[in-house]
Design a protein around this ligand. Structure first.
Ligand code: TMP
Length: 208
C-alpha cells in the first residue's frame, strides 16, 4: 500500500514543529507508520544545504542560487526519504515543502512562479502532497513568537513586508487548491490549534 504525503507549512513562529509532534502521536495511535522530516533538510546532504541556506555569508546569496539549493535538497530528500517511505506504506509528515518555495522565493523575493513550476516538474514529476496544512497567523504575532525563540537566521532577518508577501502567497495558493490545503488559525493557543489540526486529520481520514 502506498502511504500518504502530508506537508505542514506556514510563516515564521506558526508552531509547525510542536503541531507535527502532536500529528505524529495522533496518527500513530490510529496505527499509521509515520516518518517525520523537514525541508530544507531531511538527508545528510540536505542538512548541509540547509546550513548554507540559513547561514549568513559575505555578499549574501543570489535568488537563483537560493532557489536551486532548495530544489537540490528536495531532489535528495524525495529520492532517499520521501518516495521510499511512501512506497513502504508510511505516512510522511514533512515540515515545509514546495509551497514554501512559491511563498518565500516567489511571493517574498519575487521570483517568477513559472520558474518554480519548471523546477517542481523536473524534481518531483507528478508527485504532490496529498494534504497540506497551512498554519496561518498574522505576521506580527509570528515574528514575536519566533524572535523569542532563537538567533535570527538568514530568512528570519527579512522585514515585515517580506513576510506579508509570503503570507499572502500561501493564502492565495490555499484558496486556489482547496482540495489539498486546509488553513488552520495558528494564532490560537497550542491546545486550540492542536484540536483544530486533529479535526482536520480526522475528517480527511474519514473522507479518504
Ligand atoms: P524553518 O524555519 O521552517 O525550519 O524553515 C527554514 C527557512 O527556509 C524558513 O525561513 C523558510 C525557508 N524556506 C524557503 O525559503 N524556501 C523553501 O522552499 C523552504 C522549504 C524553506
Amino acid at each position: 500500500m502506498s502511504g500518504r504525503f502530508v506537508t505542514v507549512d506556514g510563516g515564521e513562529g506558526a508552531g509547525k514543529t510542536t503541531q507535527m509532534g502532536f500529528m505524529r502521536e495522533y496518527l500513530e495511535r490510529r496505527g499509521c507508520r509515520v516518518v517525520v522530516t523537514r525541508e530544507p533538510g531531511g538527508t545528510s546532504l540536505g542538512e548541509e544545504i540547509r546550513g548554507l541556506l540559513l547561514g549568513h555569508r559575505d555578499g549574501g546569496m543570489t535568488l537563483a542560487a537560493e532557489t536551486l539549493l532548495m530544489f537540490s535538497a528536495r531532489a535528495e530528500h524525495l529520492e532517499r526519504v520521501i518516495r521510499p517511505a511512501l512506497a513502504a506504506g508510511c505516512w510522511v509528515l514533512c515540515d515545509r515543502f514546495t509551497d514554501a518555495t512559491y511563498a518565500y522565493q516567489g511571493g517574498g523575493r519575487g521570483l517568477p512562479l513559472e520558474r518554480i513550476a519548471v523546477l517542481e516538474e523536473w524534481v518531483q514529476g507528478t508527485l504532490r502532497p496529498d494534504l497540506t496544512l497551512l498554519l496561518d497567523l498574522p505576521v506580527a504575532t509570528g515574528l514575536a513568537r519566533a524572535g523569542r525563540r532563537s538567533m535570527a537566521d538568514r530568512f528570519e532577518r527579512e522585514d515585515v513586508d517580506f513576510f506579508e508577501r509570503v503570507r499572502a502567497m500561501y493564502l492565495k495558493r490555499a484558496a486556489h487548491e482547496p482540495d489539498r490545503y486546509r488553513v488552520v488559525d495558528a494564532s490560537q493557543s497550542i491546545k486550540a490549534v492542536r484540536a483544530e489540526v486533529e479535526t482536520v486529520l480526522a475528517e480527511w481520514l474519514e473522507s479518504g
